[in-house]
Design a protein around this ligand. Structure first.
Ligand SMILES: *Cc1c(COP(=O)(O)O)cnc(C)c1O
Length: 463
C-alpha cells in the first residue's frame, strides 16, 4: 500500500515512511492511495475473536510487509498487555439499543492509549532496524501528551517533547505528563491554547532546516498510524452487536476528527455503519460546518471537556480530500484559505456528500453536566465530560431499529472536578495510579513562539 498526500505535491511513501514522517512536506496529511475492503465473511469471522487478532486482520492490508506477521503479532501483544481489561475495549449497555464503548482501560485512562501504545512499539521496531533516532514533538490538549509519554518513555531511539497549553489541562492530565522521570521525555508548558500548540507543531514541520536537523517525527492524530489503530474498535464493537448482518451507528465525541475519521475508514472498508454522528461541545466548528457548509474558525472557549476544545480539526482535511474526489489542488486551496482568511466554504457537492455520511450535534456545558447526572442516576455509569457530550448527542440521533454505540473516550477520574460538580460523586483513580498526586513534577514553561520552542528543543538534544 502506498501513501499519498492530501495536497498532492509530496512524494508517495510506504507505511513505515508515512508513520515516521507524520505531516507531508507539502503541508498535507498522508492517506492510503485506496481503501482496502474486507469481505462480509471476513468481517463475520471476527465474532468472538480476541481484540489483537481482529487488529491484525484490520490493519494488515494497510501495513503490508512493513513488519513480518510474527513481528506484528508480537507488537500487538505488547501494546495491549498494558490494558487493564481483557476485552481491551468493552461494550456496556446504557439503554435499549444504546451502548457505550469503553476506550479508557489503557495506562493513561483515555482512548489515545489504544493507538499510542501501538505506535510506540511500531516506532521502536522500525527505528532499531534502521539504526536511527528521531525527535518526536507532539501538541496536546491533554490526553495525547500523556499517552505519548507513557508509550515512548525509556525508548532509546526517541526523544519526545510534548507541548501542552499552560494552565488549560486537568491536574491528572498534567501530572501524567510531568511525572515520568525518564530523561528522553520532556513536558513543555506553552503560553497559549491548544490551537497555538498545534500551529507551532505545523510550523516546525514546515521549517525544513529544523525538521531535517533534529529528524522530526510526529505522533499527533495527523499520524496515519494513529488513525489506523482506531479503526479496529469500530469492527470489534459492531461485530459484537450483529454486524455485518445488521447495521450499527456510532456517535463520537469529536475534537481533531481523528477518532470519527477512523469510523469513516471502517465504513469504507465494508463495515455496515448506518450513521456516524459528530458530537461537539461548545467549540462547534464541525457542527456549524454540517449546518451551513462554512468551515469557519472562531476563538476557542475553554470547557469542561477540554480535550475537545479545538477549532482546527486537522483530520478533517483527510475527509475533505475524499469529498473533493481526491483532488489535492482543491484541498490545498481550501486549507490555505483557512489559514489566511480563517474559513472556507464547501462546494454544494462536497457538503451533500458530507451530510450523506455524517450527522452532528452540539452539547452545551449545562447539558454536559446534566447528562453526567442523569446517566449516573439511571444507569450507575459515571461518564467523563467528553463521553457525556457523546451520550447527549447520541440520544438525539437514536432510533429503535439500529443499535447506537457511543464512544466513551476517557475515564471519569481524569476529570474529577467536572464529574463531582455534575453528579456529586468523586470518581477514584484506579489503584495503579493512586499515588499520582504524590509524584515529583518536571516541566519547562515556554513562550508560544516558534523561535522559543525550536531553540529549547535543539538545546536539549544538543543539535
Ligand atoms: C482526544 C480526545 C477526544 C477527541 O478525539 P479526536 O480524535 O481529536 O476527535 C475526545 N475525548 C477525549 C477524552 C480525548 O482525549
Amino acid at each position: 500500500m502506498k501513501y499519498i498526500s492530501t495536497r498532492g505535491q509530496a512524494p508517495e511513501l510506504t507505511f513505515e515512511e508515512a508513520m515516521l514522517t507524520g505531516l507531508a512536506r507539502d503541508g498535507g496529511l498522508y492517506v492510503p492511495e485506496t481503501w482496502p475492503t474486507l469481505s462480509v465473511d471476513e468481517i463475520a469471522g471476527f465474532a468472538g475473536q480476541k481484540y489483537e487478532d481482529v487488529a491484525f486482520a484490520v490493519m494488515k492490508p494497510f501495513i503490508g510487509d512493513t513488519f513480518s506477521d510474527a513481528e506484528f503479532r508480537e507488537i500487538l501483544a505488547k501494546s495491549y498487555a498494558s490494558f487493564e481489561h481483557d476485552a481491551r475495549c468493552p461494550l456496556v449497555q446504557l439503554d435499549e439499543n444504546h451502548f457505550l464503548l469503553e476506550l479508557f482501560h489503557g495506562p493513561t485512562l483515555a482512548f489515545k492509549d489504544v493507538a499510542m501504545q501501538l505506535i510506540g512499539q511500531m516506532f521502536e521496531v522500525a527505528l532499531k532496524r534502521r539504526g536511527e533516532t528521531v525527535t518526536i514533538v507532539g501538541a496536546t490538549s491533554g490526553d495525547t501528551g500523556s499517552a505519548a509519554m507513557e508509550a515512548f518513555k525509556g525508548l532509546d531511539a526517541v526523544n519526545l517533547f510534548i507541548m501542552y497549553p499552560h494552565g488549560r489541562v486537568s491536574d491528572v492530565q498534567r501530572l501524567q505528563m510531568t511525572t515520568p522521570s525518564e530523561s528522553n521525555v520532556h513536558a513543555l508548558a506553552v503560553d497559549g491554547d491548544f490551537d497555538t500548540c498545534q500551529a507551532l507543531l505545523k510550523d516546525m514541520f514546515n521549517d525544513f532546516e529544523f525538521r531535517d536537523g533534529v529528524k522530526l517525527a510526529g505522533v499527533n492524530s495527523i499520524n496515519w498510524a494513529r488513525v489506523l489503530a482506531q479503526v479496529v474498535y469500530y469492527f470489534t464493537s459492531a461485530v459484537a452487536l450483529g454486524a455485518p448482518h445488521r447495521k450499527v451507528s456510532f456517535t463520537v465525541p469529536t475534537g481533531n476528527f481523528g477518532d470519527i475519521f477512523a469510523g469513516y475508514v471502517a465504513k469504507r472498508m465494508g463495515l455496515p455503519i448506518d450513521r456516524l454522528v459528530i458530537a461537539t461541545n461548545q467549540n462547534d466548528i464541525l457542527h456549524r460546518t454540517m449546518e451551513s457548509g462554512d468551515h469557519a474558525k472562531t476563538g476557542v472557549t475553554p470547557s469542561i471537556s477540554p480535550s475537545m476544545d479545538i477549532q482546527v480539526s486537522s483530520n478533517f482535511e483527510r475527509l475533505v480530500f475524499d469529498l473533493y474526489d481526491r483532488e489535492g489542488l482543491a484541498v490545498a486551496q481550501l486549507f490555505d484559505a483557512l489559514k489566511t482568511d480563517g474559513n472556507f466554504a464547501l462546494s454544494q457537492g462536497a457538503l451533500g456528500k458530507l451530510r450523506d455520511e455524517f450527522d452532528s450535534g452540539r452539547c452545551s456545558e449545562g447539558e454536559t453536566s446534566a447528562t453526567i447526572k442523569s446517566m449516573a442516576a439511571r444507569t450507575g455509569e459515571i461518564l467523563c465530560p467528553h463521553s457525556a457530550v457523546g451520550v447527549k448527542v447520541a440520544n438525539e440521533h437514536r432510533d429503535g431499529a439500529t443499535p447506537m454505540i457511543t464512544l466513551a473516550t476517557a475515564h471519569p477520574a481524569k476529570f474529577p472536578a467536572a464529574v463531582k460538580d455534575a453528579c456529586g460523586i468523586h470518581p477514584e483513580l484506579p489503584p495503579r495510579m493512586a499515588d499520582l498526586f504524590d509524584r515529583d513534577e518536571r516541566f519547562t514553561r515556554v513562550d508560544g513562539t516558534l523561535d522559543a520552542v525550536t531553540k529549547l528543543i535543539k538545546d536539549r538534544i544538543g543539535a
